[in-house]
Structures are given as structure tokens and as C-alpha cells.
Design a protein around this ligand. Structure first.
Ligand code: AMP
Ligand code: FE
Ligand code: FE
Ligand code: ZN
Length: 263
């Protein structure tokens, strides 16, 4: 049976595996397709496409945009867009990230936990997970989890937020690059009224299957709206959660539509 994991991260954002290594890992896990959905970066697809073609393995261009709505972080998955056009879109998101990283590093330094930008990996899309790992390496905290819970998690003392694109803007940017927009891990959206508002937006799909579970409510909402219902593991290969690549997946018809984008 065709199964494609349409939510995972590579070293181009906060994942532990290079794009080609992830393709090989996916094949070994019995998957036939993947979409890399790095935070605010869409270049892993380009890095792995040739190798995937050689292996007869399917890839769909993907990204996970970090938007802000009512002060809450909302993740939007984009698929099947023109990769070069998406490169232009994510340039702004990366600038927002860099500004926020600088603010968080300044706060950490003020709490006696200095980290230089040069100590962090030089990846396309740097964020809190890489900062958390460095905090562990430098002995500032005992674990990745503690870094978030005590310091850099939402609302914690060394957390910073900057102006970011709204969800409507994010969806429009994905559409104008020829892609489809999918609401990522809707079960994590709080509060409920924000979720209800998001569900009135112009999404093309919803991630009703995530990791080791399926949320019937979101599968039903997706079907009712005529949206695609996607599934992905959100595999990072590093960090506090123990995700398994392919734990959730998109079926063949859904994947083909994600690959095509708005066509
Ligand atoms: P950023 O994009 O820099 O805001 O970092 C967000 C990423 O950090 C998420 O996509 C997760 O991979 C990870 N993350 C967020 N909150 C937590 C948490 N409380 N514990 C562990 N990882 C987290
Ligand atoms: Fe992440
Ligand atoms: Fe996410
Ligand atoms: Zn993700």
C-alpha cells in the first residue's frame, strides 16, 4: 500500500537527518513518499530530489510556515508549490526568525547563559530547538525539555516573539506560489475560539492524522469541508518526543494532489 509521510523535518531546520538520509530511512520503513516540511525552509526537496528519483521514491515540495494569530503561533503546511517562488516567501520568515533568535540569545545571556550565534548550527532555519540543544551541551540545563519548560518555551523568561505573518497572509503566500495550504496539527491550537476562526479560513486541507493518533473530529471537519485530510509524523529525530517516521501518513490520492499543488 502506498503511504507517504507528509510532515517531517531535516537538518535544513530542526531535524537530525539530512534529506537524503531521511529518504533512505523512509524507504526502510516501507514508505513510498515523503514531503519534507522544514520550518520556514523549502530547500530540502531540491537536495534530495535526484536521489529520490533514482530510488523510485516520491517527493512533494513542502514547508511549514510559522505564522502568528492573536499572539499565538500557528503552523501552516504548504505543498506542491514552485520551489523558487517559495524561496522568496520564506526569506521574510527567516529574517523574522533571526531577529527573534537574537532577542532570545540576549535574554539568555542576561540570565547568565551566554550563547553566540556562531555556536549554533549554520542551517537555513534556526530556532528554539537548536538553542535548546546548545543549552544542554553547555550544561545550562539538564535536558532539552528543561530548556523549554524553564527558559524558552512560550511565555517563559527567555522567550521572545516578533511580528510575523498572519495565517491569512501565510495561506495567500502558499497559494500565490502555486501550493496547497494545510492546517498543521490542529489538536494543538488553543484556545478553541482561535481554532474555530482558523477553520473558516481558505485552507485546502487539515492534518487529521498526526503521530500515533487520528483525531476523528478533524477528519470529520476536513471531509465536511471537502478538504484534503493529511497525515504525518512530525518526525525530527531529535528532541524530547520520540516520533516514528511514518507513524501517520497520507494516502496515494491525497499525496498526488499535494504534489501537484493548485495545478
Ligand atoms: P520555533 O520554530 O523556533 O518557535 O521552535 C518551535 C519548535 O520547537 C517546534 O516546532 C518544536 O519542534 C519545538 N518545540 C516547541 N515547544 C516545545 C516544547 N515545549 N518542548 C519541546 N520542543 C518544543
Ligand atoms: Fe520543529
Ligand atoms: Fe509544527
Ligand atoms: Zn513540524
Amino acid at each position: 500500500m502506498f503511504r507517504a509521510d507528509t510532515h517531517c523535518h531535516t537538518t535544513f531546520s530542526d531535524g537530525a537527518f539530512e534529506p537524503i538520509a531521511l529518504v533512505e530511512k523512509a524507504l526502510a520503513a516501507g514508505l513510498l513518499g515523503l514531503s519534507f516540511t522544514d520550518h520556514d525552509d523549502a530547500s530540502a526537496y531540491v537536495a534530495a530530489k535526484e536521489r529520490a528519483d533514482q530510488l523510485g521514491f516520491a517527493l512533494a515540495p513542502g514547508v511549514e510556515l510559522s505564522c502568528l494569530e492573536e499572539g499565538q503561533s500557528v503552523h501552516i503546511l504548504g505543498y506542491g508549490f514552485d520551489v523558487a517562488e517559495m524561496g522568496g516567501v520564506v526569506a521574510d520568515y527567516k529574517r523574522q526568525r533571526n531577529e527573534r533568535n537574537s532577542q532570545m540569545l540576549a535574554k539568555l545571556a542576561s540570565f547568565g547563559m551566554p550563547i553566540e550565534l556562531s555556536e549554533l548550527p549554520s542551517c537555513g532555519s534556526l530556532g528554539r530547538p537548536q538553542i535548546a540543544l546548545r543549552m544542554v551541551e553547555k550544561g545550562y540545563v539538564r535536558s532539552f525539555r528543561e530548556a523549554f519548560e524553564e527558559w524558552i518555551g512560550d511565555g517563559r523568561p527567555a522567550f521572545a516573539q516578533v511580528e510575523r505573518s498572519s495565517v491569512r497572509e501565510g495561506i495567500a503566500q502558499i497559494h500565490s506560489a502555486g501550493g496547497l495550504a494545510v492546517l498543521a496539527h490542529p489538536h494543538l491550537v488553543r484556545p478553541e475560539h482561535l481554532l474555530r476562526k482558523l477553520l473558516t479560513y481558505d485552507f485546502d486541507g487539515i492534518e487529521g492524522r498526526y503521530g500515533d493518533f487520528t483525531t476523528d473530529r478533524f477528519v470529520a471537519i476536513g471531509q465536511e469541508k471537502g478538504w484534503l485530510v493529511t497525515g504525518g509524523s512530525d518526525f525530527h529525530g531529535v528532541g524530547k518526543r520520540k516520533e516514528r517516521l511514518g507513524s501517520s501518513w497520507s494516502d496515494e490520492e491525497t499525496f498526488r494532489r499535494l504534489q501537484e499543488g493548485i495545478g
